[in-house]
Design a protein. Structure first.
Length: 131
């Protein structure tokens, strides 16, 4: 389909995802962005957050830490230092991601700091919901 694009998510440990997607929401270091088929080419760094992917099989979420993203008209490639599938994440996984997010928030400034602090709050809520 013309309105689909290839989505790939990898971390040093493994490839977490590789499938066709209609939209990918990315927590970029300079702000969130949504990539769709036909998007202008972009390479950006990744901040801790949630990558949300829309596909024919439904929406999928991935919790990611730092890394980078390459967007082309026909694909999105996310290379994350650490990544976890949202439906398979454990409390220990979230604790590790939370530590990274807190470190990032402590160094961030301005709007970046606001986004980082929101992500920390979201992770704290996820951890509380798991108890």
């Amino acid at each position: 389909m013309a309105d689909m694009m290839q989505f790939d998510l990898v971390s040093p440990e493994k490839r977490l995802a590789s499938f066709e997607a209609s939209a990918v929401q990315i927590p970029g270091a300079d702000g969130d962005l949504t990539a769709m088929a036909g998007h202008a080419p972009v390479i950006t760094t990744l901040r801790p957050g949630v990558v949300r992917v829309q596909s024919a099989e439904g929406d999928k979420d991935y919790v990611v830490t730092s890394g980078f993203v390459e967007v082309t008209a026909s694909s999105v490639s996310v290379i994350a230092e650490r990544a976890h599938a949202g439906d398979q994440i454990s409390k220990d996984d979230l604790t590790d991601v939370l530590a990274d997010a807190r470190a990032h928030a402590a160094k961030a400034e301005g709007e970046s700091k606001d986004g980082a602090e929101k992500f920390v709050a979201d992770l704290v809520q996820l951890l509380e919901d798991m108890e």
